[in-house]
Design a protein around this ligand. Structure first.
Ligand code: BGO
Length: 261
Protein backbone atom coordinates (compact mmCIF):
# COMPACT_ATOMS: atom_id res chain seq x y z
CA UNK A 1 0.00 0.00 0.00
CA UNK A 2 1.16 3.54 -0.80
CA UNK A 3 0.95 6.21 1.88
CA UNK A 4 1.67 9.86 1.07
CA UNK A 5 2.71 12.44 3.65
CA UNK A 6 1.12 15.82 2.98
CA UNK A 7 1.54 18.92 5.13
CA UNK A 8 2.72 22.50 5.46
CA UNK A 9 6.44 23.27 5.49
CA UNK A 10 7.76 22.89 9.07
CA UNK A 11 4.83 20.74 10.17
CA UNK A 12 7.29 17.91 10.96
CA UNK A 13 7.04 15.88 7.76
CA UNK A 14 10.76 15.14 7.50
CA UNK A 15 10.93 14.15 11.16
CA UNK A 16 7.98 11.77 10.77
CA UNK A 17 9.28 10.40 7.47
CA UNK A 18 12.66 9.60 9.02
CA UNK A 19 11.01 7.99 12.03
CA UNK A 20 8.80 5.80 9.81
CA UNK A 21 11.35 4.76 7.24
CA UNK A 22 14.69 4.80 9.08
CA UNK A 23 17.42 3.48 6.86
CA UNK A 24 15.09 2.40 4.03
CA UNK A 25 14.69 5.94 2.69
CA UNK A 26 15.81 6.85 -0.80
CA UNK A 27 16.18 10.45 -1.86
CA UNK A 28 15.92 11.37 -5.52
CA UNK A 29 14.28 14.13 -7.53
CA UNK A 30 10.79 14.46 -8.95
CA UNK A 31 11.00 13.94 -12.73
CA UNK A 32 12.53 16.91 -14.49
CA UNK A 33 12.90 19.15 -11.44
CA UNK A 34 15.30 19.54 -8.54
CA UNK A 35 12.71 19.17 -5.80
CA UNK A 36 13.58 16.28 -3.43
CA UNK A 37 11.58 13.08 -3.79
CA UNK A 38 11.84 10.88 -0.72
CA UNK A 39 10.50 7.35 -0.64
CA UNK A 40 10.91 4.61 1.90
CA UNK A 41 9.22 1.68 3.57
CA UNK A 42 7.52 1.79 6.95
CA UNK A 43 9.96 -0.38 8.79
CA UNK A 44 7.49 -1.81 11.33
CA UNK A 45 4.64 -2.52 8.89
CA UNK A 46 2.78 -5.83 9.14
CA UNK A 47 1.87 -5.56 5.47
CA UNK A 48 4.27 -3.71 3.12
CA UNK A 49 3.75 0.05 3.23
CA UNK A 50 5.56 2.49 0.94
CA UNK A 51 5.85 6.00 2.31
CA UNK A 52 6.12 8.93 -0.11
CA UNK A 53 7.04 12.31 1.28
CA UNK A 54 5.40 15.03 -0.84
CA UNK A 55 6.87 18.56 -0.85
CA UNK A 56 5.67 20.81 1.99
CA UNK A 57 2.85 23.10 0.77
CA UNK A 58 0.32 25.57 2.15
CA UNK A 59 -2.21 24.93 -0.59
CA UNK A 60 -2.96 22.68 -3.56
CA UNK A 61 -3.03 25.61 -6.01
CA UNK A 62 -0.73 25.50 -9.05
CA UNK A 63 1.42 28.52 -8.14
CA UNK A 64 4.61 26.82 -6.97
CA UNK A 65 6.47 23.79 -8.22
CA UNK A 66 5.94 22.12 -4.84
CA UNK A 67 2.17 22.62 -5.04
CA UNK A 68 2.03 21.20 -8.56
CA UNK A 69 4.07 18.13 -7.56
CA UNK A 70 2.00 17.49 -4.44
CA UNK A 71 -1.37 17.85 -6.09
CA UNK A 72 -0.45 16.00 -9.31
CA UNK A 73 0.68 13.09 -7.18
CA UNK A 74 -2.53 13.14 -5.13
CA UNK A 75 -4.86 13.44 -8.13
CA UNK A 76 -3.02 11.36 -10.74
CA UNK A 77 -1.11 8.76 -8.74
CA UNK A 78 -3.77 8.44 -6.05
CA UNK A 79 -2.09 7.11 -2.91
CA UNK A 80 -4.09 4.54 -0.93
CA UNK A 81 -4.01 6.78 2.14
CA UNK A 82 -2.86 10.35 2.80
CA UNK A 83 -1.36 11.20 6.16
CA UNK A 84 -2.08 14.91 6.56
CA UNK A 85 0.44 16.20 9.07
CA UNK A 86 -1.09 19.06 10.98
CA UNK A 87 1.01 21.21 13.29
CA UNK A 88 -1.15 21.32 16.41
CA UNK A 89 0.50 24.58 17.55
CA UNK A 90 -0.68 26.25 14.35
CA UNK A 91 -3.97 24.53 13.84
CA UNK A 92 -6.07 27.03 11.90
CA UNK A 93 -3.35 27.77 9.40
CA UNK A 94 -2.62 24.08 8.78
CA UNK A 95 -6.32 23.30 8.33
CA UNK A 96 -6.41 25.53 5.24
CA UNK A 97 -4.54 22.81 3.36
CA UNK A 98 -6.70 20.13 5.00
CA UNK A 99 -9.86 21.67 3.52
CA UNK A 100 -8.32 21.16 0.06
CA UNK A 101 -7.12 17.61 0.64
CA UNK A 102 -10.61 16.72 1.87
CA UNK A 103 -12.12 17.75 -1.47
CA UNK A 104 -10.73 14.49 -2.88
CA UNK A 105 -12.20 11.08 -2.05
CA UNK A 106 -8.83 9.63 -1.01
CA UNK A 107 -8.76 8.26 2.55
CA UNK A 108 -7.09 10.74 4.91
CA UNK A 109 -5.71 10.27 8.41
CA UNK A 110 -4.79 13.44 10.26
CA UNK A 111 -1.58 13.27 12.29
CA UNK A 112 -1.86 16.05 14.84
CA UNK A 113 1.82 16.70 15.37
CA UNK A 114 3.80 18.70 17.96
CA UNK A 115 1.43 17.57 20.69
CA UNK A 116 4.35 17.82 23.17
CA UNK A 117 4.38 21.58 22.49
CA UNK A 118 0.58 21.87 22.56
CA UNK A 119 0.66 20.28 26.03
CA UNK A 120 3.57 22.44 27.16
CA UNK A 121 1.64 25.53 26.05
CA UNK A 122 -1.38 24.19 27.97
CA UNK A 123 -3.53 24.60 24.87
CA UNK A 124 -6.35 22.14 24.41
CA UNK A 125 -7.58 20.57 21.22
CA UNK A 126 -10.88 18.73 21.37
CA UNK A 127 -9.61 15.99 19.11
CA UNK A 128 -12.79 13.87 19.04
CA UNK A 129 -14.93 16.83 18.08
CA UNK A 130 -12.48 18.03 15.43
CA UNK A 131 -12.21 14.52 14.01
CA UNK A 132 -15.99 14.26 13.77
CA UNK A 133 -16.31 17.64 12.07
CA UNK A 134 -13.59 16.87 9.54
CA UNK A 135 -14.88 13.34 9.01
CA UNK A 136 -11.42 11.77 9.32
CA UNK A 137 -9.54 9.95 12.08
CA UNK A 138 -7.08 12.17 13.97
CA UNK A 139 -4.14 10.76 15.90
CA UNK A 140 -2.13 12.91 18.29
CA UNK A 141 1.60 12.44 17.80
CA UNK A 142 4.98 13.93 18.51
CA UNK A 143 7.22 13.07 15.56
CA UNK A 144 10.22 14.46 17.45
CA UNK A 145 9.67 12.24 20.48
CA UNK A 146 8.34 9.34 18.41
CA UNK A 147 5.12 9.32 20.48
CA UNK A 148 2.04 7.42 19.19
CA UNK A 149 3.61 6.63 15.81
CA UNK A 150 2.59 2.98 16.05
CA UNK A 151 -1.01 4.01 16.83
CA UNK A 152 -0.99 6.37 13.87
CA UNK A 153 0.18 3.66 11.51
CA UNK A 154 -2.38 1.16 12.81
CA UNK A 155 -5.12 3.65 11.94
CA UNK A 156 -3.50 4.26 8.54
CA UNK A 157 -3.39 0.53 7.78
CA UNK A 158 -7.17 0.23 8.15
CA UNK A 159 -8.18 3.59 6.63
CA UNK A 160 -8.57 2.38 3.09
CA UNK A 161 -12.22 3.08 2.29
CA UNK A 162 -12.96 6.06 0.08
CA UNK A 163 -14.42 9.16 1.75
CA UNK A 164 -17.27 11.40 0.71
CA UNK A 165 -15.45 14.59 -0.36
CA UNK A 166 -15.97 17.73 1.70
CA UNK A 167 -18.42 20.21 0.15
CA UNK A 168 -17.55 23.65 1.47
CA UNK A 169 -20.04 25.47 -0.69
CA UNK A 170 -23.37 24.48 0.79
CA UNK A 171 -25.24 27.66 1.77
CA UNK A 172 -22.58 29.95 0.26
CA UNK A 173 -22.69 32.29 -2.74
CA UNK A 174 -20.85 29.64 -4.79
CA UNK A 175 -23.29 26.80 -4.15
CA UNK A 176 -24.93 27.01 -7.58
CA UNK A 177 -21.80 27.47 -9.74
CA UNK A 178 -20.12 24.68 -7.79
CA UNK A 179 -23.04 22.35 -8.48
CA UNK A 180 -23.20 23.31 -12.16
CA UNK A 181 -19.53 22.36 -12.57
CA UNK A 182 -19.80 19.31 -10.33
CA UNK A 183 -22.77 18.01 -12.36
CA UNK A 184 -20.96 18.69 -15.63
CA UNK A 185 -17.85 16.77 -14.52
CA UNK A 186 -19.85 13.95 -12.96
CA UNK A 187 -21.92 13.54 -16.13
CA UNK A 188 -18.66 13.01 -18.04
CA UNK A 189 -17.51 10.43 -15.51
CA UNK A 190 -14.50 12.46 -14.38
CA UNK A 191 -12.52 11.33 -11.39
CA UNK A 192 -12.43 13.74 -8.39
CA UNK A 193 -15.32 15.98 -9.60
CA UNK A 194 -15.54 17.92 -6.31
CA UNK A 195 -11.86 18.79 -6.29
CA UNK A 196 -11.93 19.75 -9.98
CA UNK A 197 -15.10 21.86 -9.64
CA UNK A 198 -13.59 23.68 -6.68
CA UNK A 199 -10.29 24.27 -8.47
CA UNK A 200 -12.17 25.49 -11.57
CA UNK A 201 -13.86 28.13 -9.41
CA UNK A 202 -10.38 29.07 -8.19
CA UNK A 203 -9.56 29.73 -11.90
CA UNK A 204 -6.84 27.09 -11.62
CA UNK A 205 -5.02 27.36 -14.95
CA UNK A 206 -3.49 23.90 -14.80
CA UNK A 207 -6.82 22.18 -14.32
CA UNK A 208 -8.43 24.31 -17.04
CA UNK A 209 -5.62 23.45 -19.47
CA UNK A 210 -5.92 19.71 -18.87
CA UNK A 211 -6.90 17.50 -21.82
CA UNK A 212 -9.90 16.31 -19.85
CA UNK A 213 -11.43 19.77 -19.32
CA UNK A 214 -10.42 21.41 -22.60
CA UNK A 215 -13.40 20.11 -24.63
CA UNK A 216 -15.74 21.58 -22.00
CA UNK A 217 -14.22 25.06 -21.84
CA UNK A 218 -17.21 26.80 -23.47
CA UNK A 219 -19.59 25.33 -20.86
CA UNK A 220 -17.14 26.01 -18.05
CA UNK A 221 -16.73 29.63 -19.15
CA UNK A 222 -20.48 30.17 -18.90
CA UNK A 223 -20.15 29.45 -15.19
CA UNK A 224 -16.79 31.08 -14.45
CA UNK A 225 -17.55 34.31 -16.36
CA UNK A 226 -20.42 34.91 -13.96
CA UNK A 227 -18.12 34.35 -11.00
CA UNK A 228 -14.99 36.32 -11.74
CA UNK A 229 -14.14 36.86 -8.07
CA UNK A 230 -14.66 33.27 -7.07
CA UNK A 231 -10.98 32.64 -6.34
CA UNK A 232 -10.99 35.21 -3.54
CA UNK A 233 -14.45 34.03 -2.46
CA UNK A 234 -13.19 30.46 -2.05
CA UNK A 235 -10.30 31.54 0.15
CA UNK A 236 -12.86 33.38 2.32
CA UNK A 237 -15.13 30.32 2.35
CA UNK A 238 -12.22 28.12 3.54
CA UNK A 239 -11.29 30.56 6.31
CA UNK A 240 -14.95 30.93 7.30
CA UNK A 241 -15.35 27.17 7.52
CA UNK A 242 -12.25 26.88 9.72
CA UNK A 243 -13.35 29.82 11.84
CA UNK A 244 -16.99 28.86 12.34
CA UNK A 245 -16.95 25.07 12.10
CA UNK A 246 -13.59 24.08 13.51
CA UNK A 247 -12.14 26.77 15.76
CA UNK A 248 -14.47 25.78 18.58
CA UNK A 249 -12.40 22.61 18.93
CA UNK A 250 -9.35 24.60 19.99
CA UNK A 251 -8.89 26.33 23.30
CA UNK A 252 -5.83 28.54 23.49
CA UNK A 253 -4.46 29.28 26.91
CA UNK A 254 -1.76 31.68 25.83
CA UNK A 255 -2.62 35.18 24.74
CA UNK A 256 -0.66 37.13 22.18
CA UNK A 257 2.46 38.64 23.71
CA UNK A 258 2.55 36.17 26.61
CA UNK A 259 5.97 34.64 26.21
CA UNK A 260 6.19 33.15 29.68
CA UNK A 261 5.26 29.60 28.63
C1 BGO B 1 14.17 22.00 13.92
N1 BGO B 1 7.62 18.23 18.50
C2 BGO B 1 8.52 19.24 18.55
N2 BGO B 1 8.69 19.88 19.69
N3 BGO B 1 9.24 19.61 17.46
C3 BGO B 1 9.02 18.93 16.31
C4 BGO B 1 8.10 17.87 16.21
C5 BGO B 1 7.36 17.51 17.38
O1 BGO B 1 6.52 16.59 17.40
N4 BGO B 1 8.13 17.42 14.94
C6 BGO B 1 9.03 18.14 14.28
N5 BGO B 1 9.57 19.06 15.11
P1 BGO B 1 10.62 19.14 9.96
P2 BGO B 1 9.08 19.69 7.59
C7 BGO B 1 14.74 22.93 14.90
O2 BGO B 1 14.75 21.57 12.96
O3 BGO B 1 10.47 17.70 10.16
C8 BGO B 1 10.56 20.10 14.78
O4 BGO B 1 9.47 20.99 6.99
C9 BGO B 1 16.03 23.35 14.75
N6 BGO B 1 16.78 22.88 13.68
O5 BGO B 1 12.72 19.07 14.90
O6 BGO B 1 11.92 19.63 9.41
C10 BGO B 1 11.75 19.54 14.03
O7 BGO B 1 9.80 18.54 7.00
C11 BGO B 1 16.55 24.24 15.70
O8 BGO B 1 12.89 21.63 14.15
O9 BGO B 1 9.43 19.78 9.15
C12 BGO B 1 12.20 20.78 13.27
O10 BGO B 1 7.60 19.50 7.58
C13 BGO B 1 15.77 24.68 16.76
O11 BGO B 1 9.96 21.02 13.90
C14 BGO B 1 10.89 21.51 12.96
C15 BGO B 1 14.47 24.25 16.85
O12 BGO B 1 10.34 19.83 11.37
C16 BGO B 1 10.36 21.21 11.56
C17 BGO B 1 13.97 23.37 15.92
C18 BGO B 1 18.13 23.24 13.50
Amino acid sequence: MRVALVGNPNSGKTTLFNELTGSTAKVGNWPGVTVDKKEGKYKKAKTPMDIIDLPGVYSLSPYTLEEVIARDYIINEKPDVIINIIDGTNLERNLYLTTQILETDIPVVGALNMMDLVEKNKDKINVDELSKKLGIPLVQISALRATNIKDLMEVVATATTKRKPLNLFKGTSLDKPFHDLYNLYSSKGFDQPVFKASKTLEHDEKILASDELKPLLADIKKVTDLNEDSEADIADIRYQYIETELSGSLEKTRVLGDLST
